[in-house]
Design a protein around this ligand. Structure first.
Ligand SMILES: [Zn+2]
Ligand SMILES: [Zn+2]
Length: 267
């Protein structure tokens, strides 16, 4: 399985996942042009995308969806509770392109898809686990808080993208954010902080996860350095040494695609 985070953050999200027989995007939150550009950068023809899976209807996750589907007639999978809002924000999506899921696993060619609910201020929000044979990739961003169920999904995955949205102090001190917006982000339906992300990474130790991409970093209330520093601090306080820590950590970018990650057959 090959994975590339094309973009991550409040200005647009999209992740490319490829198995032996299937190519999908998780979210299409960049303009169609930008999705095409970034796919082309990694040598993928946009017309070869078999399906787009949608986490939720916020525009940073569906911005380019309409135009992409208009051009490539791609199948789109979203939760039943998300479709009304997605339809209200798009005009080209035809009934025949719309596929709904409700929580049960489903397949696209040779991949199986599991979904799990995330608490977020959209009509519905999900994380995905993409499975090819014994390889599992999960993504969980746009969630107000971590739950045992979500953590369990992540623990079973070889590779994950996990939200590390903000540094709490940086957010509270930010003069450009209103009190209401701060409360929204910090609430149980907002986004998880570096601290909560780090605690989750700690809980993944001893399980299957070998690689983690920190994602959906706020441009104003976070930085790559802050996210990594918080993670390191959390690990040190928990007495985790470098030798004990068996994961590779990466940070996804807003403005450029990540490297291409491969989950190999032999672990
Ligand atoms: Zn988002
Ligand atoms: Zn959102």
């Amino acid at each position: 399985m090959r994975i590339c985070v094309l973009a991550s953050g409040s200005k647009g999200n999209s992740t490319y996942v490829e198995s032996d027989g299937t190519r999908i995007l998780i979210d299409a939150g960049l303009s169609k042009k930008e999705i095409e550009n970034r796919l082309m950068l990694i040598g993928v023809n946009p017309s070869s995308i078999d399906a787009i899976l949608i986490t939720h209807e916020h525009s940073d996750h569906i911005k380019g969806l309409d135009q992409f589907v208009k051009t490539y007639n791609t199948k789109v999978f979203a939760h039943r509770n998300s479709w009304d809002m997605i339809e209200s924000k798009t005009s080209w999506l035809k009934q025949e392109n719309q596929f709904e899921f409700t929580g049960s696993d489903f397949s696209i060619n040779d991949i199986s898809v599991q979904t799990f609910d995330l608490d977020h201020d959209s009509s519905h929000c999900v994380g995905f686990t993409i499975i090819e044979g014994n390889k599992k990739f999960s993504t969980a961003t746009d969630l107000g808080h971590m739950t045992d169920d979500i953590a369990k999904k992540l623990q079973e995955s070889d590779f994950i993208t996990l939200e590390s949205n903000h540094d709490i102090q940086a957010l509270l001190k930010n003069p450009n954010y209103s009190y209401t917006l701060k409360q929204r982000i910090l609430s149980n339906h907002g986004h998880i902080s570096n601290e909560e992300c780090s605690k989750t990474v700690l809980s993944l130790l001893g399980h299957n996860t070998r690689g983690i991409i920190l994602g959906h970093l706020s441009e104003q209330n976070n930085s790559k350095e802050m996210a990594i520093q918080t993670l390191n601090k959390t690990l040190v306080s928990a007495g985790v040494t470098k030798d004990d820590f068996n994961m590779n950590v990466f940070v996804a970018e807003q403005n450029s695609p990540s490297k291409i990650f491969r989950i190999k057959d032999i672990k």
